[in-house]
Ligand binder design. Structure first.
Ligand code: FEO
Length: 166
């Protein structure tokens, strides 16, 4: 079922947004690594790879429906953060932005009666609940750890296991 131009353009914007998220998480990973949190950097690299996978899900969907993939330009991500908490707060804000974009896509698909997009968008609605919950949980843990070096070391090790757990 061929995708219409309105939905095609909206999906192209979403592909760019997911790639921007991947780009931003890579920059956050670099900052974390430089600041000595190599476990958190591993977690952030895995997050970046997940965003690239999200972009590719939309990319393949557009192509499967005889659409045209047109990639937009990416902005340079920030490279300086005040703290580890600031990094993850940035991440949570980004995820909330992505959730809002998915909701808008869903509303557009309903408006356009593009029901073929709904199973994919349903998957992303559920995924965004998980994405926001992960960042919120890490922020809660970071706040509990406070200035405690031992707690931070433990958290860094725990987040560093993400790559091997997935
Ligand atoms: Fe693809 Fe984390 O939103």
């Amino acid at each position: 079922m061929q995708i219409n131009e309105t939905m095609n353009a909206a999906f192209n914007d979403q592909i760019t947004l997911e790639l921007q998220a991947a780009h931003n998480y890579l920059a956050m990973g670099a900052w974390l690594e430089s600041a000595g949190f190599s476990g958190m950097a591993v977690w952030m690299h895995a997050q970046s790879a997940e965003e690239t996978a999200h972009a590719l899900k939309f990319y393949q969907f557009v192509l499967d429906r005889d659409g045209r993939v047109v990639l937009g330009a990416l902005d340079a991500p920030g490279s300086a953060f005040d703290s580890v908490v600031a990094v993850f707060e940035h991440g949570l804000a980004q995820e909330r932005g992505v959730s809002a974009a998915i909701n808008s896509l869903y509303a557009l698909a309903m408006e356009e009666k593009d029901f073929a997009s709904l199973p994919l968008l349903d998957w992303f609605v559920t995924e965004q609940i998980e994405e926001e919950a992960s960042f919120s949980q890490i922020l809660d843990d970071l706040k509990l750890a406070g200035d405690g070096a031992q707690a931070m070391l433990f958290l860094d090790r725990e987040l560093g296991s993400r790559g091997s757990a997935e």
